[in-house]
Design a protein around this ligand. Structure first.
Ligand SMILES: [Cu+2]
Length: 119
């Protein structure tokens, strides 16, 4: 029964290409991304449609942000040694989706971009 409710919950998340899943089930994939002036590493991430993805985001220098505009996701990445941010989502649609830094972090801030490819 619990499983059924959860499945319905995911279906009801709507038109966004990404469904947010706050549930406690284990992520299908955990992907670590390191932010630093002025890049994300890795900056191209390929996942499978339907997977529950968890990003673990850390910084090697100052405060950064992680935003996926098409998913309505925007979290702060704390500065180096001040912890991490975690974001979970379900890759519902195939396609290529941009992510970017969302905290002004210096001259190359606008270059801090990457893509998530859902296959
Ligand atoms: Cu930035």
């Amino acid at each position: 029964m619990v499983v059924l409710v959860k499945l319905l919950g995911l279906v009801l998340l709507g038109a966004s290409a990404f469904g947010q899943d706050q549930a406690t089930r284990k992520a299908d994939r955990v992907i670590s991304i390191v932010a630093e002036r002025f890049a994300f590493n890795p900056s191209k991430i390929t996942v499978k449609q339907g997977e529950l993805i968890e990003f673990v985001l850390t910084s090697d220098d100052t405060d950064h942000g992680f935003r996926i505009p098409s998913a309505g996701i925007d979290v702060a990445i704390p500065q180096s040694s001040k912890g991490e941010a975690r974001v979970r989502f379900v890759a519902k649609e195939k396609g290529t989706f941009a992510f970017e830094c969302s905290r002004p972090c210096g001259a190359g801030h606008n270059l801090m971009r990457g893509t998530i490819v859902v296959k």
